[in-house]
Design a protein around this ligand. Structure first.
Ligand code: ATP
Ligand code: MG
Length: 330
């Protein structure tokens, strides 16, 4: 039997290059070797967007289009919508008993997101607890492999703690621990050079951006503020253009030569930005073209089939869980 993969994205916007390099690329690579489930996590996205639900619901189909356009194949990967599988919510409720508030508070990703969102003392409980719902997402499919970006490592740790507690308290052994699979760029920085590229921070290049939007963003990229004259040496570390060249340029040697030249002096920001722009246009052109061809009917069909299949798997797990706890009365 193939081992299972679970991964997914919040439909809080369209997907960007950070998603591609951090996770989507691995999903495409692994989809034939493993039984893969990819979740559009609308329930999770609502935890910090509950006042503006249309922002989430309108992006569910957009995220699905992004998946297909980068090569996630619905014939082999099961693509599902989280809200349509109520068994995940049920499992979350059982898991919430196994986690303390203190433990939730220590999650470094949630901590920084709370700060970013300015929640201070008014953190929505649903948002605070989303790592628990993520544990339910992973374990309801008995997934052992989770291809994600670096920000998700604390979620995997917390999932495994819950799994161990559940198995111990209810004297079972079928909930499986999982491990993260990171890519070579597990945290792609945004064009501003500050935080990670993120849908919510407006600092990302989207897979569906037009050629002009891509070019504008490349030319806005943070480089080396001390590199004022072309002739002076420039810094490569923390220079977003080089970060993206490292991640997306198909020829590592060429990038190394550019780095040496830039550090020596004599290579201007406009030149490296033009090179990166070309690399990204070549990469994103076919994705955008493919993306434009999917009809709403086809996407709806793919999501319906995937969700139905996923639900049948989820039902099997929840039945076992109910039995373990003893809430299987009839
Ligand atoms: P939001 O701002 O709504 O949280 P996001 O851009 O952070 O959106 P998510 O849906 O939270 O995207 O993340 C989905 C997956 O993509 C996760 O596995 C996450 O680790 C990965 N990911 C997101 N951004 C990046 C990035 N900049 N670099 C690498 N991986 C990323
Ligand atoms: Mg995120």
């Amino acid at each position: 039997m193939k081992k299972k993969i679970l991964t997914g994205d919040r439909p809080s916007g369209k997907l960007h290059l950070g998603h591609y390099i951090g996770s989507l690329q691995n999903r495409v690579k692994l989809q034939n070797e493993f039984e893969q489930y990819v979740m559009i996590a609308d329930v999770q996205a609502l935890t910090d967007n509950f006042e503006n639900p249309s922002k989430i619901t309108e992006n569910v189909f957009e995220v699905a289009k992004d998946y297909l356009s980068v090569g996630i194949d619905p014939e082999v990967t099961t693509i599902l919508i989280q809200s349509q599988i109520p068994e995940i919510s049920e499992l979350t409720v059982y898991y919430l008993n196994l986690v303390t508030l203190g433990r939730l508070e220590r999650n470094p990703t949630v901590k920084s997101e709370i700060q970013q969102k300015g929640y201070d003392d008014s953190i929505p409980a649903g948002f605070f607890c989303y790592p628990v719902s993520q544990a339910a997402d992973i374990t309801i499919f008995q997934a052992e492999i989770v291809p994600v970006g670096e920000d998700q490592i604390p979620m995997i740790e917390q999932t495994n703690e819950i799994v161990r507690r559940f198995n111990r308290i209810y004297a079972v052994d079928y909930l499986k621990e999982c491990r993260a699979v990171l890519s070579k760029s597990p945290r792609l920085v945004g064009i501003d050079g500050k935080a990670k590229a993120s849908k919510s921070l407006g600092n990302a290049i989207f897979l569906s951006d037009t050629a002009q939007e891509i070019k504008n963003k490349v030319f806005q990229m943070y480089t080396d503020p001390g590199h004022i004259k072309i002739s002076t040496p420039g810094r490569v570390e923390g220079n977003v253009v080089f970060t993206y060249l490292d991640a997306f340029h198909p020829n590592t040697e060429e990038v190394n030569d550019l780095k040496i030249h830039y550090q020596r002096g004599g290579l201007g920001d406009t030149t490296i930005k033009n090179i990166l722009n070309e690399v990204l246009q070549d990469f994103l052109d076919p994705i955008r073209e493919k993306r434009a061809k999917y009809t709403e009917e086809y996407i709806s069909f793919v999501l319906k089939c995937g969700t139905l299949k996923a639900r049948s798997v989820a039902l099997k797990t929840i039945e076992q869980v109910r039995k373990a706890i003893g809430v299987n009365y009839f």
